[in-house]
Design a protein around this ligand. Structure first.
Ligand SMILES: Cc1cc2nc3c(=O)[nH]c(=O)nc-3n(C[C@H](O)[C@H](O)[C@H](O)COP(=O)(O)O)c2cc1C
Length: 193
């Protein structure tokens, strides 16, 4: 029988997988009417190109969990380097939800009406296609309804071992020698962009 992995070792490995940082957002119905909710999420990835699908893993203990499941749609904002304070704020447990977006410049997605953070590189609007049991997380698979990138911003916020950071680009590229070549397939395993 396989032995249980050491919790510290497991967390140490996960922390060494550098990632981008997103904000997931939704609008759900409450007694006071439609209510926004948004949290910082790094467990986000592409799933399928045709149809366009992405996934995000949401902790079942988060207050965001039930609202996003009941709403059935959500936004994804891929944060810029300059949005580290937003990332930190929307990861603060117990923050006042009714005013959490007062300090975050945002606009609304045209398809779903969910909040999208202005200080971002790119945005998606998704409809939940499936929600899988992932033990203490739910794996949300979203069908992408709308996608947009910022014309100006190209400076992602990164996360590694509990630290925020910025990208240092090397001249090496999967695009080969032709700078006009299309970006690589993000689901092909060789990494996107
Ligand atoms: C960099 C970073 C990445 C995070 N990634 C996730 C994630 O992928 N999934 C998740 O459920 N929580 C993630 N969190 C934690 C939530 O943002 C945090 O628990 C938040 O306070 C939940 O808010 P809520 O209780 O109002 O829903 C992350 C936090 C940080 C700082």
């Amino acid at each position: 029988m396989l032995s249980a992995v050491d919790d510290k070792a497991f967390r140490a490995v996960l922390g060494r997988f550098a990632s981008g940082v997103t904000v997931l957002s939704t609008v759900h119905e409450t007694v006071t009417g439609p209510t926004d909710h948004a949290i910082t999420v790094s467990a986000f990835t592409s799933v399928s190109l045709d149809p366009p699908l992405v996934l995000a893993c949401v902790d079942t203990h988060n207050r965001f969990h039930d609202p996003v499941l009941s709403a059935g749609f959500w936004g994804v904002s891929v944060l810029r380097e300059s949005a580290h304070e937003t990332a930190s704020w929307l990861a603060t447990r117990g923050r006042d939800l009714s005013h959490q977006l007062d300090r975050v410049a945002h606009h609304r997605g045209e398809v779903t009406g969910t909040v999208l953070v202005d200080d971002a590189l790119a945005w998606l609007e998704c409809r939940t296609r499936a929600a899988y049991d992932g033990a203490d997380h739910t794996i949300l698979v979203g069908e992408v309804l709308a996608a947009a990138v910022s014309g100006e911003a190209d400076d992602p916020l990164l996360y590694y071992r509990s630290h925020y950071g910025a990208l240092v680009r090397w001249p090496v590229s999967e695009r080969g020698l032709d700078p006009a070549a299309p970006e690589s397939d993000p689901s092909s395993g060789s990494g996107g962009g």
